[in-house]
Each structure stands twice: as structure tokens, then as C-alpha cells.
Design a protein around this ligand. Structure first.
Ligand code: NDP
Length: 280
């Protein structure tokens, strides 16, 4: 397999640009063992960034991740998120400690505010900085922040330490290419692309099917290759199946040609003007 593309955080730390999502994991006891197997298969293949959140299955996804990383924590770059409703100064710290317990670890590598809520950004940032000083998180970031939210964050004490923004980005949702992606790139802040397969909807698109067939690849690989072709963007597809995780990993072998990219642009035109950030 071709080497894994990399992304870099502002502090210079580098991670595999193809990670693993976990939304909907931990929702049923019967599928948990297979989800653990899928995550471990991804780790074996170098997909060492795992994205989770306290919200997913009400902590159930973090339990699955904790099981998957048991005995191999040092290989993994763990990302989790605090719910806006918990993101007060004290609430953020309590939420992080609860996540650490479920994950069975003493540190989260990147801790994100899941989306903006009613608490002042300054409160959440102060809590993030306290968690960082205590070694409970390595870095912090945000999710679902548009350019105006990022600009506001920069005015908060410590806000300039934001290490990532996780947003909806895939072929069918290209709005961030107009403003947010260049804004982040200028500041060396990586973008984490969530729902890179548009929750699976992209896989039925005929243009992806045609490009995939021409390369002996799959539509999922075409969708992921598009996201990974962007500089400093991390894709976090979710799969609860080890076979599909392996298929996703092989995206690194697929090189989209200029003709492929033109066909994708024709089917999914890049934004010609500013659009508000979309969210799932
Ligand atoms: P994705 O775009 O990753 O799509 C996931 C779906 O695609 C699942 O149904 C999965 O099924 C299927 N799938 C995965 N790989 C393949 C494949 N090779 N072939 C066919 N089907 C495939 O959607 P998500 O919404 O899960 O986004 C990814 C991650 O991003 C989440 O899991 C979560 O960690 C994060 N996220 C963050 C949000 C935020 O607000 N910050 C919001 C939404 C997501 P199966 O499991 O059966 O393989």
C-alpha cells in the first residue's frame, strides 16, 4: 500500500490524514465487538487518528474506542469532543474527565468543542487551556465553526491556540473551499473533514462509479481521494467493518488524474460565492 498522507498541527505534530470516525458506534451490544475489530484493523493499517465524542451513543462510542486502543494507546491520536451543553468552565473539565474514564486513558490528544452553544467561548477556552496545562489533553480545537466564529475565537484570550476545526466537507458539500479552507490554511490550522462519504450517500453517484471503475477502485475511495487531495485536510470516514476500513485505507493508492478532477468538478461544482457552513 502507498504511504499514508500526513497532516500537520500548528505545533508541528503530524498525524495520518486518513483517520477513523465513530459516530453510531457503541449503539448496540451486538455490533460492538465488530466495531472494535474494525478500529483495530484501521490501526494496523496506519489509520491511527480516531475521532469520537461524548455525544456518540451517550458515551458508548468512547467505550468502544477505549476497548480498541487498550494496550496500544501510544500508537493512537485520540480526538474527542465536549457537548456545547457541557462547555462551561467547570462542565468542560468534568466532561473531559468522564471521557478519559470511558476511553481508559490519561490523555486525549485533541479535544474539540462539538459546536457552538450558549456558553461564552472564553469559558470553554479557559477550561481547555487548564486541561492542557494539566496534561489531560494535548491540544484543543473546535468543530462546526464558520469563518466568523473563528474570527471571534481569535479575539478570546488563548483563542489563537486553536489546533483544528472539524467541519462537514465532501464532494457534495464544498462550500468551505470558498473561504473557511483558505482562512485555516493561511494560519496552518488543519481542517478535519467529517462525513467524507456524505454518510454513504455519495457512493451511489454515477460519476464516482465511472471514475472508480476506470481505476479498478471503489466509489468510497474516489470520495476519500478527493478530500485527501486538499492540503492539510484530515478525512475521518466511519466504518464498523474491517473489510471496508481496509478498502478505505487503500485510497492512498488511488491517484486521481486531471480528467478525473475535471469530471468531479463538473458533477460537484466548486463554490463560486460564500455559503454559510453546512452542518449535520
Ligand atoms: P461517513 O461519510 O464517514 O459515512 C459513514 C457511512 O458510510 C457508514 O454508513 C458506513 O457504513 C459507510 N461506509 C464507510 N466506508 C464505506 C465503504 N468503503 N463502502 C461503503 N460504505 C462505507 O459519515 P459519518 O457521518 O460517520 O462521518 C465520519 C465521522 O465524522 C463520524 O463517524 C464522526 O466521527 C465525525 N462526525 C463529526 C461531526 C461533527 O459535528 N463534528 C458530525 C458528523 C460526523 P459501515 O459502518 O457499515 O461501513
Amino acid at each position: 500500500m502507498d504511504p499514508m498522507p500526513q497532516a500537520a498541527f500548528p505545533d508541528g505534530r503530524r498525524v495520518a490524514a486518513l483517520g477513523q470516525g465513530t459516530w453510531h458506534m457503541g449503539e448496540s451490544r451486538s455490533s460492538a465487538a465488530e466495531e472494535v475489530r474494525a478500529l483495530r484493523a484501521g490501526l494496523d493499517l496506519g489509520m491511527t487518528l480516531i475521532d469520537t465524542a461524548e455525544m456518540y451513543a451517550d458515551g458508548g462510542a468512547e467505550l468502544v474506542v477505549g476497548e480498541a486502543v487498550r494496550g496500544r494507546r501510544d500508537e493512537v491520536f485520540l480526538v474527542s469532543k465536549v457537548l456545547p451543553s457541557n462547555s462551561s468552565r467547570k462542565g468542560t473539565i468534568a466532561a473531559c474527565e468522564a471521557s478519559l474514564k470511558r476511553l481508559g486513558t490519561d490523555r486525549i490528544d485533541l479535544y474539540l468543542l462539538h459546536w457552538r452553544g450558549r456558553f461564552a467561548l472564553g469559558e470553554t477556552v479557559a477550561a481547555f487551556e487548564e486541561l492542557k496545562a494539566a496534561g489531560k489533553i494535548g491540544a484543543w480545537g473546535v468543530s462546526n465553526f464558520d469563518v466568523d466564529d473563528m474570527e471571534e475565537l481569535m479575539t478570546v484570550p488563548g483563542g489563537e491556540n486553536v489546533a483544528a476545526n472539524q467541519v462537514l466537507y465532501n464532494l457534495a458539500r464544498r462550500g468551505i473551499e470558498f473561504d473557511l479552507l483558505p482562512w485555516s490554511a493561511r494560519r496552518g490550522i488543519p481542517t478535519m473533514a467529517y462525513s467524507p462519504l456524505d454518510e454513504g450517500r455519495l457512493l451511489r453517484h454515477p460519476v464516482l462509479g465511472e471514475i472508480a471503475a476506470a481505476h479498478g477502485a471503489s466509489p468510497a475511495q474516489v470520495a476519500l481521494a478527493f478530500v485527501l487531495s486538499r492540503d492539510n485536510v484530515i478525512a475521518i470516514p466511519k466504518s464498523g467493518s474491517a473489510a471496508r476500513v481496509e478498502e478505505n485505507r487503500k485510497t492512498a493508492d488511488l491517484k486521481l488524474t486531471a480528467d478525473d478532477k475535471a469530471a468531479l468538478d463538473a458533477a460537484f461544482p466548486p463554490p463560486g460565492r460564500r455559503r454559510p457552513l453546512e452542518m449535520i
